[in-house]
Design a protein around this ligand. Structure first.
Ligand code: SF4
Length: 391
């Protein structure tokens, strides 16, 4: 049997300060000793996962956070080198590290390249000082430009940048101007996310108190559409709801999530999703503890485990796959759900016929269909209740 392909996500849960909109698991003001202990433990966690799942071949490594670059150029490079050393060389096709603009220096870029990193993801979010301030994003507007200047001249590998739409109180042209600035640096991949105001954040608190208003939905949709045209005009094609790339520059790691392939997760709070071998509950989701004390002291990494039913997995396969231009593969779906894809969603396909298309090996949504993904998913999930046995 061919070994199954998997991704490896490593969570680095440290930041300089917490942004007002952030509900990721991250900590600030961690003592250097503790930080290094968590990194050593995370490296051991990766080793344990790989030993326990020898039949899996890790194809992509994604080091995210938190802010991996915050731990310093030498420290993050040494960590990545160590983790790459645990992975089988020829199988590894992509090594991504997230960096924040204020950390980008030529030293950091050289260290990352030397450690085997071949893709960096830089969290620009916006170049507008007022927009950054209104969401309590650390760093400055100039730091974004400086970082991109360095990356575009001193980094020989792939890179991507994030922008955020729907920032409360922003100028009407803010997003378009941000995209124009970013495009001046020639990105071959861009992520464009719409800000969601999460309840348990400082921004969420201000929203509940009526101190913050979200921009009007139609205005957000128009701003995003305008930027999508700009990206499209420079050859960046939308290949997933929020992601745009030149052909060949798509993220391989995220493609594994969208294809519902297995992935490992190491680091405090990281999640892994691994086949169980039980057709009734095909996927096991394992979450490492967030508490540093637990993570550092328990031999089994204190993993919380949840086995997902066939129907839960079938819903996730569709939710992830229909976000993308590649869509959902027949084989992936039937292996998980135990029924054929076309049978499982026949009623939705009939109702939304003009939004669905069949691909070489599965089903996908048209561009217009991706724009109304949530409505289509509601129908698709209702279909699954009738077509996929719960367990
Ligand atoms: S830098 Fe990223 S992970 Fe850290 S607090 Fe801000 S949004 Fe959250």
């Amino acid at each position: 049997m061919m070994p199954e392909t998997a991704g490896l996500y490593v969570h680095i849960p440290f930041c300089r300060a917490r942004c007002d909109y952030c509900d990721f698991f991250t900590r600030t003001s961690v003592a250097p000793e503790r930080l290094r202990a968590v990194l050593r433990r995370t490296r051991d966690h990766v080793e344990t996962l790989l030993t326990e799942h020898r039949s899996m071949r890790v194809r992509t490594l994604y080091v995210g956070g938190g802010t991996p670059s915050f731990v310093g150029p030498e420290c993050i490079a040494e960590f990545v080198r160590d983790v790459c050393g645990l992975l089988d060389g020829p199988d590894l096709r992509e090594v991504t590290v997230e960096v924040n603009p204020e950390d980008v220096t030529q030293t950091l870029l050289n260290q990352l390249a030397g450690a085997g990193v071949d893709r960096i993801s830089v969290g620009i979010q916006s170049f507008d000082a007022n927009a950054l301030a209104s969401i309590g994003r650390i760093g400055s507007a100039d730091a974004g430009r400086r970082a991109l200047q360095l990356i575009s001249t001193g980094w020989d590998h792939r890179w991507t940048a994030d922008l955020i739409a729907a920032i409360p109180g922003e100028r009407p042209n803010r997003l378009k101007e941000d995209a124009e600035i970013l495009l001046d640096y020639g990105p071959r991949h861009v992520s464009l996310y719409e800000l969601t105001i999460e309840e348990r954040t400082r921004l969420g608190l201000r929203f509940r108190r009526g101190l913050v208003k979200t921009p009007d939905n139609d205005r957000i949709a128009a701003q995003i559409a305008e930027v999508m045209w700009l990206l499209h005009d420079t050859g960046l094609q939308r290949y997933e709801v929020s992601n745009f790339a030149r052909p060949g520059d798509e993220s391989l790691h995220n493609a594994l999530y969208w294809d519902y392939a297995p992935y490992f997760g190491a680091g405090p709070g990281a999640v892994a999703s691994i086949p169980s071998g039980d057709p009734a509950r095909p996927i096991v989701r394992m979450t490492a503890p967030r508490s540093f004390d637990h993570y550092l002291s328990r031999l089994d990494y204190g993993v919380e485990t949840e086995a997902l039913t066939r129907r839960e997995c079938a819903a996730e396969v569709l939710m992830m796959g229909l976000r993308t231009r590649r869509g959902v593969k027949f084989e992936r779906f039937s292996n998980i759900a135990g029924v054929g894809l076309l049978d499982a969603i026949a009623a939705s396909r009939e109702r939304y016929a003009r939004f669905f298309r069949t691909t070489e090996n599965g089903v996908a949504l048209s561009e217009a269909g991706i724009n109304i993904l949530d409505s289509i998913l509601r129908e698709v999930f209702a279909d699954l209740d009738a077509t996929v046995p719960p367990a």
